[in-house]
Design a protein around this ligand. Sequence first.
Ligand code: G6P
Length: 485
Amino acid sequence: ERSNSTGTGTAPVLVASNRGPVSFSTAEDGTLDLRRGGGGLVSGLSAIGDPDAVWVCAALGDADRRAARAAPDGRLDRAGHDVGGQAVRMLDIDPETFARAYNGVANSTLWFVHHLLYATPTAPAFDAGFRTEWQAYTAYNAAFAEALAAEAAPGAAVLVQDYHLSLAPALLRAARPDLRIGHFSHTPWAPPEYFRLLPDDVAEAVLTGILGADRAGFLTRRWALAFAECCAAVLGAEVDREALTVTHAGRTTRLGVHGLGADADFLRERAHRPDVEERLAALREAVGDRRAVVRVDRTELSKNIVRGFQAYRHLLRTRPEWQDRVVHIAFAYPSRTDLAEYRDYTARVRELAAEINTEFGTDSWQPLILHVDDDFPRSLAAYRLADVALVNPIRDGMNLVAKEVPVVSDRGCALVLSREAGAHAELGEDALSVNPYDVIATSDALHAGLTMAADERADRTKRLAAAATALPPQQWFLDQLDALR
Ligand code: G6P
């Protein structure tokens, strides 16, 4: 019995996110297979070890929906489906509403705005189709708010995650003013002049939705300030840039900066298991005595994979001494393939990789090795092997690859890092900084990384690893919870 007569539940701590800590697929015999996810939130929530905590997420596909329907109220039983002792409540949102909210508004609109991804002469165009999607996004956020209101104990702390759920904090506050509500953005935040591409009412709803929280968290001060500037420009809110507060309609929301770090203990242990060693041996064989430039990303528009390949091609063209002396290992695994922009981008990535191999490849040297399937142990093996890691996003909330590489690197690795990644705020000093749009500067940085002296590389890697692990996921999560309470 989770609801008492006043309509409140029993969970003292709740997390809400679109993608939950578990997902399901349908096995050949028709039964459901469970997969546990990783990431900062999963280890963070397990760190509090509260058996009454509840994680509310959306069912993302048909198998998830089956699992959600099989569980009473969509709350998966603890025995089989929990994550670190916490219950998961998966919302069975109807597929059309979900697709409009997730693909249409969250990933095609808000993600594009925050990462500056539009080619503005033609996109965005906020038409009748968008209005239908916006309604769905509102309904999707309302479904989360309703579930959270039903599960939360009096005075509970609720941590709402990311751009999928920007309306939920205000909706939840209206239903349950007793709760302590936090929102956290894992993305960058757009500058006001770009944010105002959104229709005025949408821009206002997104901001006032998040301001429904007591605290709004960001990965860097830069993104927190951009949010504050948007509140000032769009809402006329009163902003204190020093104290990081936003006051609007009589309420003050505090902004927090929590720079999620890499999980050193987990990574170092995981990176030396047999499955990683096996993949490392295979990669070593392919690289031989050449240098390795490594990148690992979702095939994501903001990750800037195409310009990264162009920079590598420019290096081979203009510094032929690197031919046959370097291999670019690029892992670009599938992401958001429902969106045409992502499918086109994936095709462009593959095409360019093939062009580079055709232009320079020989019988004994493949200049660029592209893998498009997700394989975490293989990524760790590549991190260990890398001489240079290329992390060149157009814009990125944080970028954990930049933080993970120095932690597991075997011999030290030069980090070429976009100045537009949130991680740059913490790692910029010991990385080779690049403007992600400048292909030639990126190529020069690759060259600088490849020629960096071994002891300098090792020293920088040590300092990078220290900075990268300053706020491990468990502490990151607890800090937010403490600040909220
Ligand atoms: C980013 C977002 C997350 C999201 C992830 C993967 O890191 O901040 O909220 O879960 O991308 O994207 P996906 O659409 O596959 O969940």
